[in-house]
Ligand binder design. Structure first.
Ligand code: SF4
Ligand code: SF4
Length: 357
């Protein structure tokens, strides 16, 4: 007798189509054009003649249940009852009647939400999980985002930039951190401090040794117990040993800093993908407002806004003016640490989208 297999249990994200605005579902793949009717609003027109207006508002990213209920209530009362969240933690409301757009914007603004983030604006900063969901952050990514977006609110609400600007943050140096026009990333500056009494109980030593990209970790016996040691001359302070072995503590209130990188971009119609480059390092990781990092980001944005030609992204602008001029215009000091002198870079780094074996 043929064996009966049980039906597989589907898990993961539910099918998004069931929650989609019916007009969007109907016209899926059949859109004719879209336009930015005003900051924060997009209008999509379909070949069928249908039109959908999308109103975008920023949120504080880590949402409490009261804000979430408020946002849904606004969608029920002023929208068509359909919302979606974007990658950058914005909420979008879709409506098919243009007359609903302004009352919806008013309701959002009266409730304290900021409408914007479309077109040539500074989009909401995308950020990593931070303290709430991850075990290795060296800073509070959500806090950095909130502090910076408070200062960049006018750039979020208006289309004043030469092109779209994507900012990203990252709360460790190695994992889900961002690549963006401007990236604010954690930078460890000292090798890990090892809690030898805990290593044997918590860490699988071979996997920690294998994890180090520069082979700086060796197994060692300390006070008669199996532990690890780090060759500090080799260590590049990447923090890769900390996730598999928390006793290799690398987060430090003083020596964990922020660094700013610029010019990262996925490919677009005009250019190839580009890697972001370090432009400022050793910036204090200074909660709750991170004023030093915010001042540098604002300064870079100011220079870009004043000098870039229409439609140049930050990497296009720097390619045209050159790095010396970039440092001159932003007033950032150029130091020896900005020069990437790693000899293996050409062979080892994925510098293009080609697949390597
Ligand atoms: S960037 Fe690093 S610390 Fe932050 S959430 Fe991602 S893995 Fe965790
Ligand atoms: S911080 Fe990075 S380079 Fe230093 S020991 Fe740990 S894994 Fe190796």
């Amino acid at each position: 007798m043929a064996q009966q297999h049980r039906t597989p249990i589907e898990s993961g994200c539910p099918d998004g189509f069931q929650y989609m605005h019916p007009v969007m579902r109907k016209n899926y793949g059949q859109w004719k054009y879209h336009e930015h009717t005003r900051p924060g609003v997009l209008m999509h027109a379909a070949h069928s003649g249908d039109q959908v207006w999308t109103v975008k508002a920023g949120t504080q990213r880590i949402l409490d249940v009261y804000s979430l209920r408020k946002l849904c209530e606004i969608g029920e009362t002023f929208g068509d009852g359909y919302v979606r969240f974007t990658l950058r933690s914005n909420i979008e409301y879709m409506v098919t009647d243009e007359a609903k757009v302004q009352p919806l914007i008013d309701a959002l603004e009266n409730a304290g939400f900021v409408v914007g983030g479309t077109g040539n604006s500074v989009a909401m900063i995308s950020h990593t999980q931070g303290w709430l969901h991850c075990d290795i952050p060296g800073t509070d990514a959500s806090g950095v985002v909130k502090a910076m977006m408070d200062e960049l609110i006018d750039e979020f609400k208006n289309h004043n930039m030469p092109n779209r600007v994507h900012l990203t943050t990252s709360c460790c140096q190695i994992n889900c951190g961002g690549q963006g026009d401007i990236a604010i990333n954690v930078q460890h500056t000292k090798p890990p401090k090892i809690r030898h009494d805990l290593v044997a109980n918590v860490c699988e030593r071979p996997s920690v040794v294998a994890r180090c990209p520069v082979a700086a970790i060796r197994p060692a016996l300390v006070n008669g117990k199996p532990s690890l040691e780090v060759d500090e001359k080799k260590c590049i302070c990447c923090g890769a040993c900390f996730p598999p072995c928390p006793p290799m503590q690398i987060n430090d209130p003083e020596h964990t800093k922020l660094a700013i990188w610029v010019g990262g971009n996925h490919s677009n119609a005009r250019s190839k993908p580009s890697f972001q480059k370090l432009v400022a390092a050793g910036i204090p990781n200074n909660p709750p407002r991170w004023p030093e990092a915010t001042a540098i980001v604002k300064n870079i944005l100011k220079a870009y806004k004043e000098d870039a030609r229409d439609w140049e992204r930050i990497n296009d602008w720097i390619d045209r003016i050159g790095w010396p001029r970039f440092f001159e215009m932003t007033g950032l000091p150029f130091t020896k640490f900005h020069i990437d002198n790693w000899r293996g870079a050409r062979e080892r780094l994925n510098a293009s989208t080609h697949i390597r074996f």
